[in-house]
Design a protein around this ligand. Sequence first.
Ligand code: OSB
Ligand code: MG
Length: 384
Amino acid sequence: MPTLCVDRITLREIRLSLKEPFRIWSGLVQERRIALLELTNRDGASVMSECVAFHQPNYSPETIDTAWLAIREWLAPRVLGRELAGPEQVHLLLDEHIRGHNMAKAAVEMGCWGLAAESAGVSLSSLLGGTRDRVPTGISLGLQSDPAALVARAQAAVTAGYRKIKVKIRPGQDVEYVSAVRHALGAGIGLMADANSAYTLADTEHLVRLDEFGLIMLEQPLGDDDLVRHAALQRRLTTPICLDESITSVDRAEDMIALGSGRIVNIKPGRVGGFTASKSIHDLCASAKIPVWCGGMLESGIGRAYNVALASLSNFSLPGDLSPSARYWHRDIITPEWTMDDEGMVQVPLDRPGLGVTVDHDFLDALTVRTEVLSARPAMAVVA
Ligand code: OSB
Ligand code: MG
C-alpha cells in the first residue's frame, strides 16, 4: 500500500468565462473564479482538485476567498507532511474543531482521494467503490427572461439527449415557465425545478400549483438551513422535495429523513466537505430508500472528474447535473473534454488511473491570476 503524504499544495486561481451567464434567484455567474489545488505526494505523484465556492456567498456562506484563507491557514497545515493511512482519514482530520468551511475542506479531502487513486494506479471511481461505467446526465437551465427562451433551451437539451431537464424558478418566474416547458416537452420527459431557497411557507398555496406538472422533484424551495418548514411543505405537496443547500452533513440528511423534509437528496461533495461525507450520505440514503443524484457547481473539467467518479456509486439513481464541458465553456482546461453520448450518458474513465483526465497546463497557466505554494513546515533550521 503506497503511503499518502502530501508534501506540497499549490493553490491557484483561474478565471473562466461561461458561454452564457447562469442566473439563479440569489445571483448571477458570468465569469467563474475557480480555485484549483495541486497536491503533490512525497513519492512525486501529483493531482489537481477544485474548490467549488463561488465568488459571492449567495449559494452558501463560503466564497473562493474564504476558502483560500481556510486552506492556507487551517486546513493545509493539518495534512502537509503528515503520514496518512488513507484518504478515509482526512475528513475527521479536517473537521475536528474547525466549523464549516466545507468547500475548502472538500477541495483538500477530495484531492487526497485523487492522489491516493493516482499513487495506487487505480481509477478514482474504483477507489470510491463505483459500480457503473457510464452515468446519466441532466442539464440545469438558469433563469431566463421569458418562457419562450426557456422552452427553446429545454427543447434543445432534449434533442441533445439529456436525461433530465432542470429549470431554475423564483417568485414571478415559476408556474407559467414550468407549464410552458411541460407542454412543449410532453409528459414523458423527466422535468424538475430548483428554487435555490426563493420561497417561504407563505407561498405554499402557490407551490401546490406545481403538482399538476408531474415534476420528478422540486429542489430546495425554502431556506437553506430550514428542515422544519420543508417538512411542513412536503406534507402539502405530492411532488417530492429534493434538498440541496440544506444537506451539509450526514447528520442533516438523517434529520431530513426523520422529519420528512424531503424524499430525494442532491449530493454535492463540495457542500458536504468531501467524499467521505458524500459516501456516508449515499449509504444512509440507500438504506432509507432515498434516491440521490450528483449536483453541480459549474465546475471545470477537473471538478467534473470528481463528480463523475462519485456519481458512479450505486445509489446515484437519478441523472446528475454533470453536463459535458461544451455546455459551460468555449474551451475546458482538460483534454479531451467531457462529452456526452446521444443517450445522455457520460463515460466514467475506468481505464485510467486517478482522475482520468489530462490537464492542459499551458492553457491553465494562461488563465491563472494568482498562485500560492503551501509546504510542510520545514524542520527548524540549524544556524551554525
Ligand atoms: O442549485 O444546483 C444548484 C449552479 C449554481 C448554483 C447552484 C446550483 C447550480 C446549478 C448548476 O444548478 C448545475 C451545473 O453545474 O450544471
Ligand atoms: Mg440546487
